[in-house]
Design a binder for this molecule. Structure first.
Ligand code: ZN
Length: 281
């Protein structure tokens, strides 16, 4: 009998140790990113020299907004029909992030791209691309805190992601135009229904394009043991902004969680306006 309890004791101890190790590993991965594979092979592409080329990049190694990514691809293709001079290249492989191929694009869009998606050399290529006059755009998940890339956070966002509301996760809000750089074509107000990202600060050195009234949403992201996630950004809650970075530019919108957002003509006009602004030198 004593032997039985001895075995039971050791088994329980081993179980607790294993559980602790697995838990620690999970927390480490959430904080530092999951192991990622990088694509280093350069794709063979030929981009027409006379067309503004757009790189739609949807690789994810963090949360994947599958439906939004699929819907965005269809919308971007239809925008290219509307603007026949545009050339669209879609990929989820990072091999294209090299100096000579990036230089052929006017606009690079991180389309709900999450997690660490590029290796060090590819990240450096994108940094140089923007600083030398390129445009980087980010949509929704591209602004969460899964990227672990200081340059990106500083220059695309200028703000640190905190959380998104959970109670409820999706809320309606009036989205109000604050800047007319992308006009004409943008509505002064429209109703958005989205997962309104909350950042820890107002975007630094940015021009706000659209904002919502932060006092009119419920920003709480509290769950189980995670508390203090009910603070917002205050009344002035930006949801789309742009920045000038060296000779280049960046644009980010926190809207775009669901596929329904891509059916909203006001949101699509914002993306179209940002692309046009992005390739205008
Ligand atoms: Zn989302």
């Amino acid at each position: 009998m004593r032997k039985f309890f001895k075995i039971l004791g050791w088994t329980l101890l081993a179980f607790v140790v294993l559980l602790f190790a697995a838990g620690s590993l999970f927390i480490y991965k959430v904080k530092n990113g999951f192991p990622v594979s990088y694509e280093t092979e350069k794709p063979s592409i030929s981009i027409p020299a006379d067309k503004p080329a757009i790189l739609l990049f949807s690789k994810t190694t963090g949360f994947r907004h599958e439906e939004s990514i699929d819907a965005s691809s269809l919308v971007l293709r239809s925008l290219c029909h509307k603007n026949p001079s545009w050339y669209l290249y879609e990929t989820e492989a990072g091999g294209i992030f090299n100096p000579e191929q990036l230089a052929q694009f006017e606009v690079v869009i991180f389309d709900n791209s999450t997690g660490r998606v590029l290796d060090d050399a590819q990240q450096a290529s994108l940094e140089k691309y923007v600083e030398n006059g390129g445009t980087l755009m980010g949509i929704h998940g591209a602004g969460d805190d899964s990227h672990h890339w200081d340059w990106y956070e500083k220059n695309l966002l200028g703000a640190k992601f905190s959380h998104h509301p959970l109670n409820p996760q999706f809320q309606k809000a009036q989205v109000s135009l604050q800047d007319t750089t992308f006009s004409p074509g943008l509505s002064t107000t429209f109703e958005g229904n989205d997962e309104w990202y909350v950042f820890l600060n107002q975007p630094k050195d940015a021009t706000i394009v659209y904002s919502i009234d932060g006092d009119k949403i419920l920003p709480s992201g509290n769950m189980l043991w995670m508390k203090d996630k009910n603070f917002g950004m205050g009344k002035n809650h930006p949801v789309a902004w742009y920045k000038m970075v060296g000779k280049g530019k960046t644009f980010y919108t926190s809207m775009g969680h669901s596929k329904e957002v891509w059916a909203n003509p006001d949101f699509v006009s914002l993306i179209e306006g940002a692309i046009k602004w992005g390739y205008k030198k």
